[in-house]
Design a protein around this ligand. Structure first.
Ligand code: PLP
Length: 408
């Protein structure tokens, strides 16, 4: 008899986006003339940078000729891309990361989800609340949690992100082994200072713990004093793995390219306390289960680091950040409390009522779709997330509609 991995039965069905879709469909049915504006999802809306498209086309043409055709490439990524990443994203900011510490992949979702395979079953895991659900669900699937009771999985240490701590969790009271951090944060848009991040690095060094740092939104950081990479913090290379993605920084959500940095000195321990380097374990896992990102996509990603590519990618981010500022300005005028938006494409707004009630009120009175914060964890209740990924025109129109209703 074939039996299943019963840990999957503990997973809570993710009703968030299907519930939203159902409510939006019902609203549209009852209001066929109403123009709905979606500021809920975290997907980009604008075309790829021209430099990336040109490189993409050229690389596709190379695939047509026997002389330039490429078959399987290196699983870890082509050296041209790994070098471009190391130089532009790390060395240029004083973070000493080498090309061979970078593993190119088809998404930060897969990497943040798969990395937990390297660790033993009985580790203590600290996960923020609210949270990007992948960190949580992949550990549930792997059997590292108990059942879901009272809105939380047993056996995990939740790091509450609340107004009181400015949505930057503080160090856990008990010892933990694995810590998930994401800054700029999805869903709250909050950022972490170098001094705050240093407390986590120091904690990890002291406790022989490991930090998984998701920097998928680093391109939105405007405040130069904020860290874009955890490796800007002294001592982080021994205790942190970092995840990055071209999805939001260059519009690659549908093209798929990301990378994970595993520094050579980053280590974890066996049950006898012997140190093992995670670089070789991740390399082994990556080469066994992954066969590389396609050559044209890697050429397109490389082109994001050309002079034109950098300018075009920056223009993309600037475009969305104008939307972010428009949302922040509206909330300032209306006197609604929020975080995020200044260095991130997400604005996390205190709705002053239950998240879903606020969602329904906005939808019914304005036709604007947001994401209820409760869908990201217990601490998200009372908040909604507005995303900057839409056109200037739509965001302007949405803010006008919100102003009418929320200032009434
Ligand atoms: N990490 C965070 C925090 C995200 O919000 C997302 C996507 O929304 C991802 C990772 C996934 O990125 P990718 O498109 O590279 O899989």
């Amino acid at each position: 008899m074939i039996t299943i991995n019963e840990h999957y039965l503990k997973l809570q069905a993710s009703y968030l986006f299907s519930d939203i879709a159902k409510r939006v469909a019902a609203f549209q049915k009852n209001n066929p003339d109403k123009d709905i504006i979606k500021l809920g999802i975290g997907d980009v809306t604008r075309g790829l940078p021209a430099a990336a498209i040109k490189a993409f086309h050229d690389a596709v043409d190379e695939m047509a000729n026997d002389a330039t055709f490429k078959g399987y490439g290196p699983e870890q990524g082509y050296d041209f891309l790994r070098q471009a990443i190391a130089i532009n994203d790390f060395q240029s900011r004083g973070a000493d990361i080498a090309a061979d510490e970078i593993f190119v992949s088809d998404g930060a979702k897969c990497d943040t989800g798969n990395i937990q395979e390297l660790f033993s079953q009985d580790i203590k895991i600290a996960i923020p609340d609210p949270v990007y659900p992948v960190y949580l669900d992949t550990n549930v699937m792997a059997g590292r949690t108990g059942t879901f009771t009272d809105g939380r999985y047993q056996g995990l240490i939740y790091l509450d992100s609340t107004r009181e701590n400015n949505f930057v969790p503080t160090l856990p009271a008990e010892d933990v082994d694995l810590i998930y951090l994401c800054f700029p944060n999805n869903p709250t848009g909050s950022t972490i200072s170098k001094a705050e991040l240093k407390t986590w690095v120091d904690y990890a060094r002291e406790h022989k713990a490991l930090i998984l740092f998701d920097a998928a939104y680093e391109a939105f950081i405007r405040d130069e004093s904020l860290p874009k990479s955890i490796y800007e913090i002294e001592g982080a290379k021994e205790v942190a793995i970092e995840f990055r993605s071209f999805s939001k920084s260059a519009g690659f959500t549908g093209t798929r390219c990301a990378y994970t940095v595993v520094p050579k000195q980053c280590a974890a321990y066996d049950s006898s306390g012997n140190r093992h380097f995670l670089h070789s374990l991740w390399n082994r896992r990556h080469c066994t289960k992954f066969n590389g990102v396609s050559y044209p996509v890697q050429r397109a990603a490389e082109a994001v680091y050309s002079e034109e590519g950098k300018a075009q990618a920056k223009a993309l981010i600037d475009y969305y950040m104008e939307n972010s500022m428009a949302v922040c300005n509206t909330m300032d005028t209306l006197g609604y409390d929020y975080v995020g938006g200044k260095n991130s494409p997400y604005i996390w707004i205190d709705g002053r009522m239950d998240s879903w009630l606020f969602f329904d009120m906005l939808l019914n009175k304005t036709g604007v779709v947001c994401t209820p914060g409760a869908g990201f964890g217990k601490c998200g209740n009372g908040y909604i997330r507005i995303s900057a990924f839409n056109s200037h025109e739509k965001v302007k129109e949405a803010m006008q509609r919100l102003t009418k209703v929320l200032s009434a």
